[in-house]
Design a protein around this ligand. Structure first.
Ligand SMILES: [Fe+2]
Length: 350
């Protein structure tokens, strides 16, 4: 704890003691994270110094704090498992329940946070993002709160078995050989073995680690289950997992834009992935609000004019300019759900 003058106070510092006004009324309680409006308030009350924690808080936005805490929790758990220590999923459970609580109130609350990850910590960020996406799908499918909490926990732990995969394979900056891929596939079995031995974890949660790479047509692994033999949680995590993996930078590939990932999931819906899950998920995650400007692969700049109810990732747009070439004198409409040669490659503003 240290005493700082209000002039030196910075956004993100955490108050270490209650702050009172000159007549003894509580102004800001201990634990509050400093925002610009608080500094203003302190000045208004002629308070010249306060006590803050030595370490600055990561962020004061609730969902950012929850996101960060979840990242730390899953990293701790996975590293402990890697070191052969007994892991207690209690903290992860508690934090996942915070995520679910936020999503139940407002399903897209985390969508501006997901997807920012560094390549080195990919597995941890990926686990958190898949957990968030799974919880969103759980809500869209109208599961009850306990089920969504179990689903989000299962998603958080789904890749636990990767801790048993040799580092050279896990982080290989190139395509895996057939042999290496066979080894990689075992993360499902390793994961199941570790997760089912954790305290208070149900079979329904543990089996997601085993079955999240199964595909409806039986082309997945490790059991090659088909259709309804694949449990609902595993089907949900499969969609969240693939979407997140496609839209992330990895050591061996660059990310693709959300619409491309959406096209991939749509192409394989009913073949690899459950149709209903894909549809509901994409509707929520990938959308272009009316009025936002987008850039097409043709160099055309367009404004989103109308959503397509059956394909939110391919709206009707009005082309108003071109990046290069002659100006667009008469704006024209393009229905992207009918024209697959055109792709949205960037969004200029929301
Ligand atoms: Fe996996």
């Amino acid at each position: 704890m240290k005493k700082v003058t209000v002039d030196k106070l910075e956004e993100g510092m955490k108050l270490a003691r209650d702050v009172f006004t000159e007549n003894g009324k509580l102004l800001l309680p201990e634990g509050f994270i400093i925002k610009p409006s608080f500094i203003q308030k302190l000045r208004e009350h002629n308070i010249d110094s306060v006590y803050v924690e030595d370490e600055k808080a990561e962020s004061y936005v609730k969902e950012e704090v929850i996101y960060h805490e979840t990242f730390v929790a899953i990293q701790d758990l996975m590293l402990s498992a890697k070191a052969g220590e007994v892991v207690d999923p209690f903290v992860a459970k508690e934090i996942v329940n915070d995520i679910v609580g936020q999503i139940i109130e407002e399903e897209d609350v985390f969508l501006r946070i997901v997807g920012f990850r560094d390549v080195d910590n990919y597995t941890y960020f990926h686990s958190v993002d898949v957990s968030i996406f799974a919880a969103i799908i759980g809500k869209l499918l109208e599961l009850d709160r306990k089920q969504i909490e179990d689903l989000a926990l299962a998603a958080l732990l789904h890749d636990f078995g990767k801790m048993k995969i040799p580092h050279e394979i896990l982080n290989k900056p190139a395509k895996l050989t057939d042999e290496e891929f066979e080894e990689m596939k075992k993360h499902t079995i390793y994961g199941y073995q570790i997760v089912k031995n954790m305290d208070g974890i149900s079979e329904q949660v543990a089996e997601v680690a085993l079955l999240h790479h199964e595909r409806l047509d039986g082309s997945g692994y490790p059991l090659k289950l088909k259709g309804d033999k694949i449990p609902l949680f595993a089907k949900i995590v499969a969609v969240a997992d693939v979407y997140d993996a496609l839209t992330a930078d990895r050591v061996y590939k660059k990310k693709i834009v959300p619409t491309k990932a959406a096209d991939y999931l749509t192409k394989y819906s009913g073949i690899h992935f459950d149709k209903d899950i894909v549809q509901k998920f994409l509707k929520m995650v990938v959308k272009y609000p009316v009025g936002c400007f987008v850039v097409l692969n043709t160099g055309e700049i367009a404004i989103v004019y109308e959503e397509n109810p059956f394909n939110k990732t391919r709206p009707i747009v009005k082309v108003v300019a071109r990046k290069e070439g002659p100006p667009v004198l008469i704006p024209y409409f393009v229905d992207l759900s009918q024209d697959y040669k055109r792709e949205i490659i960037d969004v200029i503003n929301y």
